[in-house]
Write a protein that binds this ligand. Structure first.
Ligand SMILES: Cc1cc2nc3c(=O)[nH]c(=O)nc-3n(C[C@H](O)[C@H](O)[C@H](O)COP(=O)(O)O)c2cc1C
Length: 215
C-alpha cells in the first residue's frame, strides 16, 4: 500500500512562500510513489477551542465542524507536513486554532487513557514542519516549534524534520531562494522511502494505534 502523506497549509496567503514550499515537498513525496493530499486551513470552517473541558469527560469535542474531520484524516496517514509562515514570531492564527482543537485527543491520552500510540507507531509516522519567515534571523522559527511538537505528540507522529527558509524579504520570495524548493522536494522523496522501509521491517502499519484498554 502506498505511503499516505497529508500536507496542511496554515498560511492565509494562497500560493505564497509557505504553500509553495509545501507543494515542493508534496511533489517530491508524490514522485516517490506516495498518495498525497493537501488541505488549506483557510478554506475550512472551524472555530477556536471553547475551553469548555467537556472532552475531559467524554473524549470528544462538542463542536462538530471541519476540525474534527481533519483530525480524523491526520490520525489515518503515515506522514504529515504542517506548514505555516512566521507571523509575529509564531505560527498563524489558523494553525494555532486547529492545534488547540486537538485538546480532545489530549484528554483521551492523559485523562481518560483511551488513546495510546506505541513506540513502533510513532517511529513509523513522520511529522515535518514547513515554514518561511521574512527576517534573516536564525532564531526566527523558535516560537513555532513548541506548538508543532505538541500536535505531533498529540497525534502520534515523530517530529522528523523541519523545512524552513528565512530571509524571504531579502530574497523577495521563495522562488528566488537558491536551495529551499529543491531541498523540500528531496525531503519529500526521502521521507517516503524511510517510511516504506520501516513498514517493510515487520508490519509496523497494523495495530499500533489502539485504545489503551485494547493494549
Ligand atoms: C501578519 C504578519 C506577521 C509577520 N511576522 C513576521 C515575523 O515576526 N518575523 C518574520 O521573520 N517574518 C514575519 N512575517 C513575514 C512572513 O513570515 C513571510 O513573508 C512569509 O514568507 C510569508 O509566507 P506566505 O507567503 O506563505 O504568507 C510576517 C508577515 C505577516 C503578514
Amino acid at each position: 500500500m502506498a505511503v499516505t502523506v497529508l500536507g496542511i497549509s496554515g498560511s492565509p496567503h494562497r500560493h505564497g512562500n509557505t504553500e509553495t514550499l509545501l507543494d515542493s515537498f508534496l511533489d517530491g513525496a508524490r514522485s516517490a510513489g506516495a498518495s498525497v493530499e493537501k488541505v488549506v486551513l483557510k478554506d475550512l470552517a472551524y472555530s477556536p477551542c471553547r475551553g469548555c473541558n467537556a472532552c475531559h469527560k467524554t473524549g470528544d469535542c462538542i463542536v462538530k465542524d471541519d476540525a474534527i474531520s481533519l483530525f480524523d484524516k491526520i490520525l489515518a496517514v503515515d506522514c504529515i507536513a504542517i506548514a505555516s509562515p512566521i507571523y509575529t514570531m509564531g505560527i498563524t492564527a489558523e494553525l494555532k486554532g486547529l492545534i488547540d482543537r486537538g485538546q480532545y485527543l489530549w484528554a483521551r491520552k492523559f485523562i481518560l487513557k483511551t488513546l495510546y500510540f506505541s513506540d513502533d507507531h510513532i517511529r513509523s509516522h513522520k511529522g515535518l514542519f514547513i515554514s518561511t519567515a521574512g527576517q534573516n534571523w536564525d532564531h526566527v522559527f523558535d516560537g513555532a516549534f513548541p506548538a508543532i511538537t505538541a500536535i505531533f505528540n498529540g497525534t502520534g507522529f515523530e517530529y522528523y524534520d523541519n523545512i524552513i527558509a528565512n530571509n524571504m524579504d531579502e530574497y523577495k520570495g521563495i522562488k528566488n531562494h537558491p536551495t529551499a524548493l529543491k531541498d523540500a522536494f528531496l525531503k519529500g522523496q526521502k521521507v517516503v522511502a524511510v517510511i516504506e522501509k520501516l513498514n517493510s521491517e515487520g508490519g509496523l502499519k497494523t495495530g499500533n494505534q489502539m485504545k489503551a484498554n485494547e493494549a
